[in-house]
Each structure stands twice: as C-alpha cells, then as structure tokens.
Design a protein around this ligand. Structure first.
Ligand code: ARG
Length: 280
C-alpha cells in the first residue's frame, strides 16, 4: 500500500503567457537560436499547464507578457516570496534584466512588501522554500546564475536560514532544474547536479528525499510544481513519475516541448506566491 502524503493545500501561483516567447540568444546549454520554436504550440501547452493548476483548485494570476522579453514566460525567475515578503530578482543576463520590473509592479499593485535586490539572483529559479523543516528553511543554488552574496541578502530580507548549495553541471544551471520541494518536509533532487559537499548537506537535511537519476533530470522532471499531493511534471519524466507515485504522490504529466527549447519546464513557468499566514 502506498503511503498517503499531506493533503493538498490551495496555492497561489503567477504565470506569464508565452506570447512573445522565442529563442533569440543562448544563455543556457539548452538554448539554440537555430532551432525553430512553434509559438502557437507553446501557447497551447502553456494554457494546458495553467488549466491543470486551476483544475487542481489553485489560483493562477497572469502577468501580461512584454514585447522584447522572450524569456518572460519563465515567471519563476522574477522574485521569491516567503510569508508575504518578496525578495526581488536581479537577473544575471542583460537580455532578461527588465523582467524584474514587471514582477515588481505585480507585487506593488497587490500590497506585498517588496524588497529589491542589490545582489544578482534569479528568484525561484535558485531559491526554494521548505516550510516544515526547522520552522522554514530556504534552499539556495549558486554557481551559474545567482550570486552567493544574494543568499545572505535573502536571509536578511526574509529572516529564514538559507542553505547554500553549489551547482556544478551547466545543464542544471538553476536550482529548480535539479531540486524540487514536494511537501512541507520533503524534497526530490538529482545529486549529480551538486558539488560533493552540497550532496552531503542535502543527504544530512533530507534523508527521506526522493532521489532522481540523470534521465529524470535531463527530462526536466525535477522542474516540477507540487501542492503537497499532486505533482505536476514534464511528461517526458516517466521514471520520476513512477518514483513519486511509489512515494505516495499523484503525478500529473504535462507536455511542454516548446518551452523546453528555452531551457525550462513546469516550475520555470510558475512562480509560487507565499502570502503571510492568516493571523489567529
Ligand atoms: N531561457 C531562460 C534562461 O536561461 C530559462 C529560464 C528557466 N527558468 C527556471 N526557473 N529555471 O534564463
């Protein structure tokens, strides 16, 4: 019998449609401007992802896409929020830099506390939150995009311990390509994307993690969105889907072939908004 995991919680997400999506430059090993992108198909696949999340009972806010920002569909990179406070993004590459302002506007209009970053960081691309470990810990990746100085800055802004993890494989250039939070306590990750020391840290903190292999990671399986029970992930990651089901989760597969050409999948397209918990 499979173990029952935490019941699903209603989540709040932010997505940005791939209206102006294109692969015009290459800032990660997956991007090849010579490969054709079917923007219409990208739009259909994106919409199916949005509907999948709303059908699961979640709220999805939509950030309007801006002309000239072909990577803006990867909304996870725009900011990182914990308990109603937002730590703004500061993109490494000039091509994406103006995306941060669009996210800033979104949070300002809704009255969130938004703290702009002085240090280079790519939001939820490199930051993940595990609410049930030690009162809430932040896992943070560095090595390709986010500067380790941003880890300390995030800790100051958000008041949660930040665990720095060094990424070593350029194909897994953001933390969210190699590690995902499944529920309050549990994560899934691909050890090979991390330095030996970071692997040890993860094994120490998360002895019950679901471990992914390189096939899972290369299929962008870890770039997933979980509500604690349903795990929405790339349909190519069949091995990981089986492992998650065996661990008591419900995998929900979605096809995102076009957005993969930009080096992203489910999680990259979905920022999670973590409002302050209701006062009791
Ligand atoms: N083309 C984008 C970049 O390289 C993809 C971002 C993927 N986002 C993510 N959260 N991993 O910046």
């Amino acid at each position: 019998m499979t173990e029952q995991r935490t019941p699903p919680m209603t989540r709040e997400y932010l997505m940005c449609p791939p209206q102006h999506f294109a692969v015009e430059y290459a800032i990660n090993p997956w991007m090849d401007p010579a490969v054709e992108v079917d923007r219409e198909l990208a739009g259909k696949q994106w919409e199916l992802l949005r509907v999948t999340l709303t059908d699961l009972g979640h709220t999805v806010h939509v950030l309007p896409a801006r002309v000239g920002l072909p990577d803006m569909v990867y909304a996870a990179n725009g900011a990182f929020s914990v308990d109603g406070t937002v730590y703004g993004a500061r993109f490494r590459h000039p091509q994406r830099r103006s995306e941060a302002a669009a996210h800033h506007r979104f949070y300002l209009d809704r009255g969130w506390t938004y703290i702009p970053a002085s240090e280079t960081n790519e939001g939820e691309g490199d930051f993940a939150y595990v609410p049930g470990v030690a009162g809430g810990v932040i896992l943070a990746g560095y090595g390709f995009r986010t500067d380790p100085a941003a880890h300390a800055e995030a800790q100051e802004v958000l008041g949660r311990p930040v665990v720095s993890l060094r990424l070593v494989d350029p194909r897994f250039y953001h933390l969210d390509t190699a590690l995902a939070v499944l529920d309050e306590h549990r994560i899934a990750y691909f050890p090979g994307a991390f330095s030996t020391a970071a692997q040890r840290v993860l094994a120490q903190l998360f002895p019950d993690a679901v471990l992914a292999d390189d096939a899972d990671a290369l299929a962008f399986g870890l770039n997933l969105v979980s509500d604690g029970r349903h795990v929405v992930l790339n349909s190519a990651a069949t091995g990981l889907a089986q492992r998650l089901a065996a661990a008591g989760y419900r995998p929900v597969a979605v096809e995102l072939t076009e957005l993969r050409k930009g080096g992203g999948s489910v999680k990259c397209c979905v920022a999670e908004l973590r409002p302050a918990p209701p006062q009791t």
